[in-house]
Design a protein around this ligand. Structure first.
Ligand code: NAD
Length: 460
């Protein structure tokens, strides 16, 4: 595997890909290691993750540079991801004991009957992951999986392999046995080789298209399958924001929600619906905000927008623009590819006069591009928000809390945002509906995902 810097095309490092036989060997080792790892007291596994956290804190700058070099993420945003990771690790360290506590549901001396529920690890977990927030999406799986006594084979994205190898280095340094957590190097074929092993669960983060293939590949095997997939996340800006935060502040906040990480977030704002009474004012502030974003070298501290991690995505974005324009859309900003050698990204792009017949309003863009649609009222906004196969997050910006709550009760999404967007909390489940996935990471549900129940019937 050749790891290259997407900002300048330079080779960073060459690595040897895993093969079917090396994957098999790592699987066998993980299987052998699982019993002993699960038998260690939880406090020891917690101590390992605590040490891992200290390693991340110590090496933050180095890890941020590696992530920026191989993914093109602006360096300040790489640092933010690593800082944000700490709270997630703390949450898992603190919450696992509570979740794993055996629950006595009946203790009846008259019947001489005791009923208890205990939780056991699934066994060997396959964690196939994405590149856009590699530390977040990887650790959402392997940290609770390890804490609950599973062993893990982690296949980072081929676009974030060096980062994945750093995770392995820090976990091993922290005391996790090398067989209990191993990292695979390679692309889709190596992922497929992993699925051929007798794993007990597959936890996938990535696109709907790949998620579907993986679900089909393991269908019928009766193993735990969890999918964290893409989104086409809508926000609606209601007319009463004038009485609260104001149109300008909301435009600035939602522009950040759409363009942060070059728009490459599963929960990035991907569709915006604006009440007609404030539409013109909102669009004007939004475009001004996007024009103000500093574009440049990802390694530069001041850069907000840099390059796409996968330059192949430029063609997808261009196709969405052409389709929208052919159907009557108007480009208010951007629309062209930029950068050397045929382009490393697309200009920050704002498209108006859009509607749901356009790919731009239906298919995940995963880039610095957004469509903004004018709506008559709340009912039209809600119906358009739900006009999608995806269901990851949905946001309502309005001042009246009851109005916001009523609308959010009707959205088909796993996360509901009132006056915020593009936000993840370790305490809340991260769960998609429809093409956005199955199951949840984070929160106590994201710990329970890695265990299976045992019901104890004890008589005597
Ligand atoms: P991707 O689907 O292209 O790849 C994801 C992983 O799957 C990679 O590691 C890849 O090597 C592997 N893979 C590819 N084909 C495979 C196969 N046939 N069998 C097994 N493994 C295979 O996705 P990506 O480009 O890495 O990530 C971007 C996508 O991830 C976007 O759709 C984004 O919205 C989504 N995402 C979702 C979340 C979430 O929490 N819901 C978080 C981050 C990213």
């Amino acid at each position: 595997m050749k790891v290259t810097n997407p900002a300048n095309g330079k080779l960073i490092q060459e690595l040897k890909d895993d093969t079917l036989s090396s994957v098999e060997a790592k699987y066998q080792a993980a299987r052998r290691a699982q019993g002993a790892w699960a038998a260690r007291p939880l406090s020891e596994r917690q101590a390992c993750i605590e040490k891992f956290k200290q390693g991340v804190i110590r090496d933050t700058e180095k890890l941020a540079r590696i992530m920026t070099d191989e993914t093109g993420k602006p360096i300040s945003q790489s640092r933010n991801e690593l800082k944000g990771l700490i709270g997630r690790l703390d949450f898992f360290i603190e919450s696992t004991a509570k979740v794993l506590k055996p629950e006595v549901v009946l203790d009846d001396p008259a019947q001489k009957l005791k009923e208890t529920i205990t939780l056991e690890p699934l066994g060997v977990i396959a964690n196939i992951s994405a590149w856009n927030y590699p530390w977040f999406v990887g650790s959402n799986v392997y940290v609770p999986a390890l804490l609950t006594g599973n062993t893990v084979i982690y296949k980072p994205s081929e676009f974030a392999t060096l980062t994945g190898l750093e995770m392995g280095r820090l976990l091993h340094e922290a005391g996790v046995p090398s067989d209990a957590f191993s990292v695979l190097v390679g692309g889709g074929e190596v992922g497929q080789a992993l699925l051929k092993q007798k794993i007990d669960g597959v936890f996938f983060t990535g696109s709907y298209a790949t998620g579907k293939k993986i679900s089909e590949a393991v269908g019928g095997r009766m193993i735990r399958v969890q999918m964290e997939l893409g989104g086409k996340d809508p926000v609606y800006i209601a007319d009463d924001v004038v009485n609260g935060a104001g149109v300008k502040a909301v435009a600035e906040g939602t522009a950040d929600g759409a363009f942060y990480n070059n728009g490459q977030s599963c929960c990035a704002v991907e569709r915006i619906y604006v009440h007609e009474k404030i539409y013109d004012e909102y669009v004007s502030h939004f475009v001004k905000t996007v024009e103000g974003f500093v574009s440049g070298d990802p390694a530069d501290d001041k850069t907000y927008l840099s390059v796409l991690t996968r330059s192949q995505q430029i063609a997808v974005l261009e196709d969405q623009i052409a389709d929208a324009v052919a159907k009557g859309a108007k480009i208010a900003l951007g629309g062209k590819r930029k950068g050397p050698n045929g382009g490393t990204t697309i200009e920050p792009t704002v498209v108006l006069n859009v509607n749901s017949s356009m790919k731009l309003m239906q298919e995940e863009s995963f880039g610095p591009m957004i469509g903004i649609q004018k709506v008559r009222d709340d009912a039209e906004a809600l119906s358009l928000m739900n006009d999608s196969e995806y269901g990851l997050t949905a946001g309502i910006f309005c001042t009246d809390r009851t109005r916001g709550k009523n609308l959010l009760e009707g959205v088909h999404a796993g996360s509901a945002y009132w006056n915020c967007c593009d936000r993840v909390s370790p305490r809340l489940p991260w769960a998609g509906r429809g093409h956005s996935g199955v199951g949840a990471t984070l929160s106590t549900y994201g710990i329970l995902a890695f265990v299976q129940t045992k019901g104890w019937h004890e008589r005597g």
